[in-house]
Write a protein of this length. Structure first.
Length: 544
């Protein structure tokens, strides 16, 4: 079981040791770190640094975008078709990107973390340094376990540093509640010993731990994991979100530029890049007319979801193209009078790009090669326009993991379920009323208000990796995952106007009967076998 966990040394560690020979000459690379590593502050910090990859990988951190209905990935990147066509099984789940199928990768890092805790107490490094490194590792461990339970539900909590001779045949899954308790305990301890904001960029902080705690407790309170609607869980979720409100963060006033600014006033924890360790997200998402790859593009579904400036959703059914008659929406001029976040997040036919217009109509500049969008749209969020689009360009824009807007949305959702609708509206409207957005306030109540909360989260956090988990914890995936992902075929007419035809980008198998099993990922059948069947499979994925 979990063969990656019992690897004695990772390639990254071998490379790390070989690059540090000027500090400490360590020749053995066939066993886990030499005991002297635990006595060397620099090597110890490097070891801890490597474990951050368990939170957010170096290269494919963005691939969670592939799995939400707000996007369409045309190349089946990360095997996303298994999810979006509702054909996921315990046999094929292992082919998913390790951004979603996190089992193997997570337990590899948990093994590393357990080795750290086995050795750290005997380390002779400065006690203050040791204390902070221990807190960082508790944060990383909590984050890794959070990703595991969001995908699988309860998972085995492993604290022993298993090696190749260890017996995995009796490993059992802990319950969801046991896992949440364990994660929160690690986070509370990390909060105590970490500074609110990190002294070194890209490292854990007390506020990052608070933000993760907020998300963990929000998911814990949601109907998927809290079918009895225990109000105490919602209260804990509300309190965890509110713990970030007085920590010096403020809502950004430029919704487009904020995602390019590592110093953005609302970022709590981000994946940062520099000229040496750079991002290629602009290239991966970029427009085909400028040699971008457009591996993932906005679906027409989310384009339809951005409100008109009167606060109305313009299209209520993307598959049928049903126009909301109460909105200002004009199907012949579909991009007029839309939420400012639409213009900041999406390139559409006719939008500005540097010194030209985007052309996604048939035969247009951005629709004529194999890398062209299939939806008629490109993502603008995260794109560093001023640098141009190139595979070799060193992009440094950050990718947000936690930001203040999410905390406001978490708080609003929790307060709604606690019966405090006024507070729920107040915190949604803080987001909508900020400079650069200025959308009409939400005035709804009851079930309509809950729908508004769900909708605001879809728009505000678009393409940031939340959507896949949100529709599952809300248990609305039965609807969202059986609606076709749609695109626009755009035709330029002789008089210069455009015709917009809707078409399906998903196969009819997406319309197959939804199985509640899909709210969780299955544990790979091979892992069940390796455990001598001591691991219990998620319901609905059993193989007879």
């Amino acid at each position: 079981m979990m063969k990656k966990i019992i690897y004695l040394v990772s390639i990254t560690w071998i490379m790390l040791l070989s690059s540090c020979s000027d500090v400490l000459d360590i020749t053995p690379t066939d066993r886990y770190p030499d005991p002297l590593v635990w006595q060397d502050e620099n090597l110890l910090k490097m070891f801890v640094n490597e474990q951050y990859i368990g939170i957010c990988t170096k290269d494919n951190y963005y691939e969670i975008m592939f799995f939400g209905d707000d996007n369409f990935s045309k190349y089946n990147n990360g095997s996303c078709n298994l999810v979006r066509e509702n054909i996921l099984t315990a046999d094929n789940v292992g082919s998913l990107s390790n951004i979603l199928y996190v089992w193997d990768n997570s337990y590899k890092f948990i093994h590393n973390i357990n080795v750290f805790f086995k050795n750290i107490e005997e380390s002779s490094v400065n006690e203050s340094v040791k204390k902070e490194l221990i807190a960082e590792m508790k944060f990383i461990r909590a984050y890794i376990y959070a990703k595991l339970i969001w995908s699988y539900g309860g998972v085995p909590i492993i604290e022993e540093a298993y090696d190749i001779n260890s017996d995995w045949s009796q490993v059992k899954r802990s319950s969801w509640d046991e896992c949440v308790t364990y994660i929160v305990k690690n986070l509370d301890e990390a909060i105590t010993d970490l500074p609110d904001k990190p002294s070194v960029r890209n490292r854990a902080s007390g506020n990052a731990a608070r933000a993760l705690k907020s998300r963990v407790l929000l998911y814990d309170a949601s109907i998927l994991n809290n079918p009895s609607n225990d109000k105490q869980k919602w209260q804990k979720a509300a309190e965890a979100a509110a713990a970030l409100f007085d920590k010096g963060y403020t809502l950004a006033t430029d919704y487009q530029k904020m995602f390019l600014d590592v110093n953005c006033s609302e970022f709590i924890f981000t994946k940062e890049f520099n000229e040496t360790y750079y991002s290629r997200l602009t290239f991966f998402l970029g427009t085909a007319g400028d040699n971008g790859r457009a591996w993932v593009a906005p679906s027409l579904n989310i384009v339809d979801a951005y409100e008109t400036i009167d606060g109305e959703i313009p299209v209520t059914d993307s598959e049928l193209g049903t126009v909301n008659p109460k909105s200002m929406y004009d199907p012949s001029d579909p991009y007029a009078n839309r939420d400012p976040r639409f213009y900041a997040s999406i390139y559409y036919n006719g939008s500005d790009f540097v010194n030209r217009k985007i052309e996604t109509y048939i035969g247009g500049y951005d629709a004529t090669n194999q890398d062209a969008t299939m939806t008629g749209y490109y993502i603008r969020k995260f794109i560093e326009e001023d640098k141009g689009i190139s595979e070799t360009r060193h992009y440094t824009g950050p990718f947000p993991l936690f930001r203040l807007s999410e905390m406001y949305l978490n708080y609003a959702e929790a307060q709604y379920h606690l019966g405090n609708e006024d507070l729920a509206r107040e915190y949604i409207n803080k987001i909508r009323d900020r400079e650069g957005v200025k959308m009409p306030p939400v005035t709804a109540s009851g079930e309509e208000l809950l729908d508004k909360i769900y909708h605001e989260r879809m728009i505000e956090l678009a393409f940031e990796g939340h959507r896949y988990f949100d529709v599952r914890r809300w248990k609305i995936a039965k609807k969202t995952e059986t609606t076709h992902i749609m695109g626009h075929e755009i035709i330029k007419n002789n008089d210069g106007t455009f015709t917009y035809n809707r078409y399906k980008l998903t196969q009819d198998s997406r319309k197959n009967e939804w199985k509640d099993a899909f709210y969780r990922l299955p544990i790979a059948f091979s892992e069940i076998q390796k455990s001598n069947n001591s691991l219990e499979q998620n319901p609905g994925y059993e193989i007879n």
